[in-house]
Design a protein around this ligand. Structure first.
Ligand SMILES: *[C@@H]1O[C@H](CO)[C@@H](O)[C@H](O)[C@H]1NC(C)=O
Ligand SMILES: [Ca+2]
Ligand SMILES: [Zn+2]
Length: 285
């Protein structure tokens, strides 16, 4: 599909261009720009979602349970090499579940594996597919998260749901890659409560950034997230980057770029969108 190829090209472009250090003052996500085709799918979903939100169907849905595999890809067995402990990974799972529980999503940890590989532990040097081929588990409805020692200037990236034949590049690539130090208790100040993973999993479930598309047009294709000109940084309460549009910036939304302590919510519209993508692309796979 064109989307997969575009995503692949963009993801490569992002990682190749990534600078060799993280700016601790700034969240940066390397998820690919959604293709026009993907945006069209989101907009087609929006019509049915509006009705389902209005008539209360969305909140009455059963809990969706998602199997999770955490893959630790470290440069050494030292904590500073990215070798995350079970305690830290369990805290990460708890943070993820706390964020998604109000929206009837539950993540069940099915496995943890750890690999010491200095090349794989650095994102953006052409090893992504080889690493994932070796480590990916479950099916297209299973969430695979790879915690790497070095992500360049990104804190994480993830792939949107799409049509993926088992064994294809799109399928193997599917999942989220996250900087190890963002887990709860991790060393990255302001981003160490586990919500980089929450944000990336939002992409995995079909959500775009709240600032997608800026102030005009369909934005993130979700009607109850106010339009936003650009990513927020920190926790700028009252920021109103699209003054001619309704609402202040959704700085507390997990799909903005705020500090972990600033993040609070997904909206009903985002919950409905995740359900739409889940039903169409991942459920039953
Ligand atoms: C609510 O809306 C959804 C989505 O359009 C629809 O499938 C469902 O039948 C509606 N339920 C009721 C009770 O109206
Ligand atoms: Ca919106
Ligand atoms: Zn993102």
């Amino acid at each position: 599909m064109r989307f997969s190829l575009a995503a692949l090209a963009l993801a490569n472009a992002v990682t190749v261009l990534a600078a060799p250090q993280v700016d601790p003052g700034r969240f940066s996500c390397g998820a690919p720009e959604p293709s026009a085709e993907h945006v069209a799918i989101s907009q087609a979903f929006a019509k049915d979602e509006a009705m389902a939100i209005a008539n209360g169907t969305v909140t009455k849905r059963a809990v969706t349970t998602i199997d999770v595999y955490f893959h630790v890809v470290a440069s050494s067995t030292a904590a500073s090499g990215g070798y995350l402990s079970d305690a830290l990974l369990n805290a990460q799972l708890d943070a993820l579940n706390a964020a998604y529980a109000p929206h009837q999503y539950q993540f069940v940890l099915k496995g943890i594996d750890r690999t010491v590989n200095a090349a794989w532990a650095v994102d953006g040097n052409g090893n992504e597919l080889t690493m994932k081929k070796a480590l990916r588990k479950g099916t297209y409805r299973s969430l695979n998260v790879y915690y790497l020692k070095d992500m360049g200037s990104n804190l994480g990236y993830c792939y949107f749901p799409t049509t993926a034949t088992a064994g294809s590049t799109t399928y193997i690539r599917d999942g989220c890659t996250v900087l190890y130090s963002t887990v709860p208790g991790g060393t990255l100040a302001n981003y160490n409560k586990g919500h980089t993973t929450t944000h990336e999993v939002g992409h995995w479930l079909g959500l775009y950034h709240t600032f997608q598309g800026g102030c005009t047009g369909s934005g993130d294709s979700v009607s109850d997230t106010p339009a936003q000109a650009s990513a927020s940084s920190g926790c700028p309460v009252g920021r109103d980057s699209c003054p001619s549009q309704a609402g202040v910036d959704p700085i507390h939304n997990y799909m903005d770029y705020s500090y972990d302590t600033c993040y609070e919510e997904f909206t009903p519209g985002q919950k409905a969108r995740m359900d739409s993508y889940w039903a169409a692309y991942r459920a039953g796979k």
